[in-house]
Design a protein around this ligand. Structure first.
Ligand SMILES: CC(=O)SCCNC(=O)CCNC(=O)[C@H](O)C(C)(C)COP(=O)(O)OP(=O)(O)OC[C@H]1O[C@@H](n2cnc3c(N)ncnc32)[C@H](O)[C@@H]1OP(=O)(O)O
Ligand SMILES: O=CC(=O)O
Ligand SMILES: [Mg+2]
Length: 358
């Protein structure tokens, strides 16, 4: 572990100084595209400004024989696109793969000044982040890059979950974590074959009714309630990220056609503290943008509480409910997010500006 005094020192002579704080940039949808797929790649320039993050994916979902084509496609897109307000990320291949070294040594010199964040899959522990941290510093120094690249780790191994705090704390480059439910399910030997989302078998059942003699009637009808397979991991990820000042994200939802369940999964993540989710198909961008933007009703309520609370101390009654120092802090989280999003999303700005406090 590095000492506190050299934590923010560059790891290579000539590399940019690490960031002291990770900027809170809107990232409601991290939209995945394969830069080697001509049809998808052709859509990228027109998607700028419609999505918070465009991510050129080089890892899983890119066939082994296409890895070089996708990498070259990403360089071309990076060099020829003006990303404006949209962040530009990539997901590199895993650290044990034959492609990752070429990913890094190609991408950083060619488009390192355009890339905001490098997503690293299958991170197991701090040692993986330390490896990336040093090599990025060397490549940034060689390429004369002035803005440090940030690093995002996918939480998709059991060891990664066990080491989550040390991963978050491993480098000042750490921007956030995403849940990777597909690889994590495989690594944990969970018995779901889905890419994220729920499972009808993971449920609790209503207690049986009792007869007049008090004996349970086990053969009567009983409602079942499907539970969230990912609750524990998402909550753990949110705490680790909040503790380290970085950002948690829900990952992929593979049932592209089930837009309703996708919205539910994203909303659960939003309510628990995530700032965004992955979009695998254009249809999921709209869902993420909606879910991860506070509703007009929530922003209105938050503003009313803040107004009613004056200096933010004490307790008041509003609509029959007690509000105090703690609830005003919750409301400030909501309003701060609304303000960040309004700054980049004109429709949201109009909707939030139209709020009139009763
Ligand atoms: C577990 C994990 O690691 S998840 C992360 C890795 N997976 C990914 O990145 C998957 C990314 N997405 C995809 O590959 C595709 O969306 C698929 C395979 C899921 C579905 O693809 P398709 O069957 O072609 O979808 P569909 O027919 O609805 O596509 C409609 C149009 O949107 C385009 N499109 C589909 N997905 C995307 C995308 N992610 N980005 C941009 N355009 C897209 C298609 O090229 C097609 O274009 P066209 O109208 O010009 O023909
Ligand atoms: O990479 C994502 C996953 O779910 O696996
Ligand atoms: Mg994965």
């Amino acid at each position: 572990m590095r000492s506190a005094k050299d934590f923010f020192a560059p790891l290579a002579v000539g590399a940019p100084a690490p960031l002291r704080e990770i900027p809170a940039r809107p990232s409601r949808a991290i939209h995945f595209f394969d830069p080697g797929n001509e049809k998808m790649a052709a859509k990228v320039p027109d998607m700028v400004g419609t999505v918070d993050v465009l991510l050129g994916n080089l890892e899983d979902a890119v066939k082994a024989e296409n890895k070089e084509i996708s990498r070259a496609g990403l360089v071309k897109i990076g060099q020829s696109t003006d990303f404006g307000p949209t962040q530009f990320w990539t997901r590199i291949n895993s650290l044990d793969s034959p492609w990752v070294l070429d990913d890094l040594t190609t991408l950083v010199p060619a488009i390192g000044d355009k890339l905001d964040v490098i997503m690293v899959p299958k991170v197991q522990g701090a040692e993986d982040i330390h490896y990336i941290d040093r090599i990025l510093a060397q490549l940034e120094a060689k390429a004369g890059i002035s803005k440090p690249l940030q690093v995002h780790a996918i939480l998709e191994t059991a060891r990664g979950v066990a080491n989550i705090e040390e991963i978050c704390a491993a480098s000042p480059r750490m921007q956030g974590l995403s849940l990777g439910p597909a690889d994590l399910a495989a690594d944990r030997r969970m018995k779901t074959t889905r890419v994220g989302g729920g499972h009808p078998g993971y449920l609790v059942r209503q207690d049986p009714e009792r007869g007049e003699d008090g004996v349970p009637l086990y053969d009567g009808p009983r409602t079942t309630y499907q539970q969230d397979l990912w609750h524990y991991t998402i909550a753990r990820m949110v705490d680790a990220c909040a503790m380290h000042g970085i950002y948690p994200y829900y990952g992929p939802f593979g049932d592209i056609k089930d837009t309703v369940a996708c919205e539910d999964q994203f909303r659960n993540a939003f309510l628990l503290g995530c700032v965004g989710a992955w979009s695998l198909h254009p249809v999921q961008i709209k869902i993420a943008n909606k879910v991860f933007s506070p509703s007009v009703e929530d922003v209105k309520h938050a503003r009313r509480v803040i107004a009613a609370m004056g200096d933010g101390t004490g307790a008041v009654m509003l609509d029959g409910k007690m509000e105090d120092d703690a609830s005003v802090k919750q409301c400030k989280v909501m309003v701060a997010l609304a303000e960040e999003l309004a700054a980049i999303d004109p429709d949201l700005k109009t909707a939030y500006d139209a709020i009139v406090l009763d």
